[in-house]
Write a protein that binds this ligand. Structure first.
Ligand code: PLP
Length: 385
């Protein structure tokens, strides 16, 4: 049976060129970067090379990159330790209703610690309107955290404009760029970003490694207590093979970004147009154009997303309904609800996220398989037509 992987927002396969760079650091180059002898110093140099590669992808300097265990840790560290380190300035954080749970649950934790949280609404496209942020700013606002691109619907936020508003109000600006990095340009200087979270496994690097960009002069601290690694900002022996892999993946993502984005935009538009043409009562979710290349999300009325996934799986197509973390639960996605999608419609959500190796034949196959699945499920549904 043909298999088609269209769940790249959940994770991506590791690029073979990335694996090749990592292997020596699992085998003969196994030193600890903190060791003084040459085996350790080779590992240190590899970590520093990777730091430069990551910095290059976002137009930062190497000293502004701290390696973490992934996007979740970077988000936690950005929010918790920035707020703790800047408590004198204020205790108010602003974020949005469509953030990943790594942000929303961290905000819930901070609220319990006495911080004040404002969660901004989004419009029907999943966009945070700049004047909504402007109105929410208060004298005690210390940090604004808005994701660059959404993991469920792919909408890209006007980060430069939002960061400028945060700064005018005296707050720092964090963005969770886990879904945008390596897919669309990210320039921390041009966009005015103070803190940025990234994760390697979303752009063909290994899982369990990511980074936090911390602009020079921005005060944060280590979330973990232990050794003095990462300039005392992230305790724990560095995940050297993972970091090397992240560095290589960042370099490749930068080199191939434009050509991949052009292809994925074309494939994404074909898939969107094909679905709209062949499936009645299909609602595209997210912004019609301002979305991550190759990211396609729909709600199909009168069906359950989970049932679509199971039937697609039966045909070798891997996709998701809402985010990877919420699939498995029967609650509709908080992102779709925040965008004003009615509860019953949000249950029928499907996310198809393409990557560098998807082809026109993959799109054709989905367009051949998906419409009869929806028809069949609708016939079985008491609400169906
Ligand atoms: N933020 C966003 C927007 C995500 O999509 C994800 C993963 O799905 C994360 C954070 C968490 O990243 P990680 O899996 O590296 O912990």
């Amino acid at each position: 049976m043909r298999t088609v992987y269209m769940d790249h927002s959940a994770t991506t396969p590791v690029d073979p060129d990335v694996v090749k760079e990592m292997i020596p650091f699992c085998q003969e180059e196994y030193g600890n970067p903190s060791s003084v002898y040459s085996l350790g110093q080779k590992a240190r140099r590899a970590v520093e090379k990777a730091r430069g590669q990551v910095a290059g992808l976002i137009n930062a300097s190497s000293q502004e990159v701290i390696f973490t265990s992934g996007g979740t840790e970077a988000d936690n560290q950005a929010l918790i330790t920035y707020m703790e380190a800047n408590r004198k300035q204020g205790n108010h954080i602003i974020t949005s209703a469509i953030e990943h749970h790594a942000i929303l649950h961290t905000c819930e934790y901070l609220e319990k610690q006495g911080y004040e949280i404002t969660i901004l609404p989004v419009n029907n496209y999943g966009l945070i309107e700049p004047d909504v942020l402007e109105k929410a700013m208060k004298p005690n606002t210390t940090l604004v955290s808005i994701m660059h691109a959404n993991n469920e619907v792919g909408t890209i936020q006007p980060i430069k404009e939002l960061a400028a508003i945060a700064h005018r109000g005296g707050a720092a600006f964090h963005t969770d760029a886990v879904q945008s990095l390596g897919k669309i340009p990210v320039d921390v200087k041009d966009m005015g970003i103070d803190l940025l979270s990234g994760s390697s496994h979303k752009f063909y690097g290994p899982k369990g490694v990511g980074f936090l960009f911390v602009k020079k002069g921005i005060k944060i601290s280590s979330l973990l207590h232990g050794g003095g690694q990462e300039r005392r900002l992230r305790a724990g022996t560095e995940n050297v093979p993972g970091i090397v892999g992240l560095g290589k993946a960042a370099e490749l993502a930068g080199s191939f970004m434009q050509e991949r984005a052009e292809k994925l935009n074309r494939l994404g538009n074909r898939l969107i147009e094909g679905i709209i043409k062949t499936i009645p009562n299909a609602r595209l979710t997210g912004h019609p154009h301002n979305r991550i290349p190759g990211s396609v999300s729909f709600c199909f009325e009168f069906v359950e997303g989970e049932s679509i996934l199971l039937m697609l799986d039966g045909k070798g197509i891997m996709a998701s309904s809402g985010s990877a973390c919420t699939s498995g639960s029967l609650d509709p996605s908080h992102v779709l609800l925040a965008m004003g999608v009615p509860h019953e419609v949000a249950h029928g959500s499907l996310r198809l996220t393409m990557g560098k190796d998807n082809t026109d034949e993959d799109v054709d196959y989905v367009l051949e398989v998906l419409p009869p699945i929806i028809t069949k499920l609708r016939k079985m549904s008491p609400l169906g037509k």
